[in-house]
Ligand binder design. Structure first.
Ligand code: PLP
Length: 400
């Protein structure tokens, strides 16, 4: 048996652990009395166009091809539509930032990431991740024999620290993962950061003699509030691979559909794409679910009603600030990253449980002293939880 896999399978992630605790607690004292802010499971239903498109596909498309295998990398027509959409929506330059022949359909962003990392990495390579980061990055990277090097973001703003990134780069650096809008902070990296990072990576790639791939992990791309601008990174940096899914933007996490798009400007793009096809083959990630491939092609650009998340964010942010928590209003995703009133965030989250508040300590995301609150929950849960947050804040104010 593979001991490493046994270790991964038997140790539940901290987030899952809290979620399972929440389920048990709800059974004991009732759903409405437990305030579970642990999981990033969209609370807004998929829009009606999803159901309509699926019904239409089921009624009109030949069932043999609808439910049959597509090409391993995804249906050609679907890939063409995705590429056309990317060009129309995001290309701000004269040369293409996508190609149907460089798109690979996957089971969500997680499979997009594992395939991409498997295609790029060799044993001994290093991948940079900006802390705080999505904990599965470590699992995905280390499986390949490479190691994950964490680079802290600027404290306070949680934006990339270009000086620290530059210091972390060496000959072994094969890739950097960027996630904006970000889980767990909700921060959207401003364009100036993307420009600065792109310049830095181009210079560093040249000096170490091989490209540093930028893996843009973008399941939250459309989850932004107000007029916030999300940079499409292939416009800025050549060696970019975009990993995308409909899990969050269209509230379809259980349907497991997404894609990898290798920028045609990437050095040896065609070779990297073939490595990606090889990785998909080796991992058994061939032919993402056909029905949802076809659905995706019909619904490009459609999203769930994200205004519900914005409302949740606003209610929580003003209440938490009023109770004395140090909180910055994020521009995207559906997470708040709040400074823990005590340095030990795990201890704080344990105390929060006494008030039936289920929060995630930041240690699992690679930094200490913060908590993550997933506000993709019903508005009623937010409203009902406020007295508990208030009582928790008072507990610490009194120095208990
Ligand atoms: N990347 C980030 C930052 C995430 O938060 C998640 C899921 O929560 C994923 C990737 C995986 O997304 P998917 O469910 O599409 O596999």
């Amino acid at each position: 048996m593979n001991e490493k896999m046994y270790g991964l399978g038997s140790a539940r992630s901290v987030i899952r652990e809290i979620f399972e605790y929440g389920k048990a607690r709800k059974a004991e004292i009732g759903d409405e009395n437990v305030f579970d802010f642990s999981l990033g499971n969209p609370s807004v239903p998929a829009p009606l166009c999803v159901k309509e498109t699926l019904c239409d596909l089921l009624e009109t498309k030949d069932p043999v091809s609808l439910h049959g295998y597509t090409s391993a990398q995804g249906d050609a027509e679907v890939r063409k539509k995705i590429s056309q959409f990317i060009e129309k929506e995001y290309n701000s330059e004269n040369t293409p930032v996508s190609s149907p022949d460089l798109i690979y359909l996957t089971s969500g962003a997680a499979a997009a990431l594992t395939c991409t990392l498997t295609a790029i990495l060799n044993k001994g390579d290093e991948v940079l991740a900006l802390a705080p980061f999505f904990p599965e990055y470590r699992v995905f990277v280390e499986r390949t024999g490479a190691s994950l090097v964490t680079v802290p973001c600027k404290s306070g703003s949680m934006r990339p620290d270009l000086d620290l990134i530059e210091d972390a780069i060496n000959e072994k650096t094969a890739a950097i993962i960027i996630n904006s809008p970000n889980n767990p902070t909700g921060v959207v990296y401003p364009e100036e950061d993307i420009i600065g990072l792109s310049k830095l990576l181009s210079k560093a790639s040249e000096s170490i003699g091989h490209p540093i791939y930028l893996i843009a992990d973008e399941p939250y791309r459309e989850l932004v509030y107000g007029d916030c601008f999300v940079s499409y990174i292939p416009n800025y940096y050549e060696n970019t691979v975009v990993c995308y899914s409909l899990s969050k933007s269209l509230s379809l996490p259980g349907e497991r559909i997404g894609y990898v798009s290798v920028s045609p400007r990437t050095k040896d793009a065609q070779k990297l794409y073939l490595a990606l096809c090889g990785a998909g083959r080796a991992l058994g990630f061939v032919c993402a679910t056909s029905l949802f491939q076809y659905m995706m092609a019909s619904l490009l650009g459609k999203t769930s009603d994200v205004s519900a998340y914005e409302e949740n964010r606003d209610i929580l942010c003003s209440a938490l600030a009023e109770y004395g928590f140090s909180v910055t209003k994020p521009d995207g995703a559906f997470y708040l990253f709040v400074k823990s009133p005590i340095s030990d965030a795990k201890k704080f989250c344990e105390k929060a449980k006494e008030y039936e508040l289920l929060l995630v300590p930041s240690d699992s995301f690679g930094v200490e002293g913060y908590i993550r609150i997933s506000y993709c929950v019903k508005k009623e849960q937010i409203e009902r939880s406020l007295p508990a947050f208030k009582a928790l804040a008072e507990h610490y104010r009194k120095g208990e």
